[in-house]
Write a protein of this length. Structure first.
Length: 119
């Protein structure tokens, strides 16, 4: 896991779901409130947790999960991640909430486009 420091409060790493490089970048904001920006697909949860640890945080120290949008390559692992982060809350656009609560249509489209990596 190669963690990059963009600034005092912002680090990032290449998530590499299923070993695919340059697929999605995960950002971690480190401050009074810590945030994960993007989660990647569910298949990369273990690597995402390694990135959190590499940033020097425990799961309980994450306050926010902030996807830029809710496509599965950006937030597919969101539900799985939130189960691992006891104090975190997700913040999504109000129009995205219906898809977060019932992702079936989103899942079908993403699965058709991304194939196995969507898992």
């Amino acid at each position: 896991m190669e963690l990059h420091h963009h600034s005092e409060h912002l680090v990032w790493f290449d998530l590499q779901p299923d070993g695919v490089p340059d697929f999605i970048t995960i950002y971690i904001w480190l401050d009074e409130k810590n945030a994960i920006i993007e989660t990647g697909p569910a298949c990369a949860l273990e690597h995402l947790m390694e990135g959190i640890a590499a940033a020097g945080l425990t799961p309980g120290e994450i306050d926010w999960v902030l996807p830029t949008h809710i496509h599965l390559d950006h937030f597919g692992g969101g539900g799985h991640l939130l189960r691992e982060l006891p104090n975190a809350r997700a913040l999504v656009h109000p129009k995205a909430l219906k898809h977060v609560l019932d992702p079936q249509r989103l899942w079908e489209g993403s699965r058709a486009f991304l194939g196995p990596i969507a898992e």
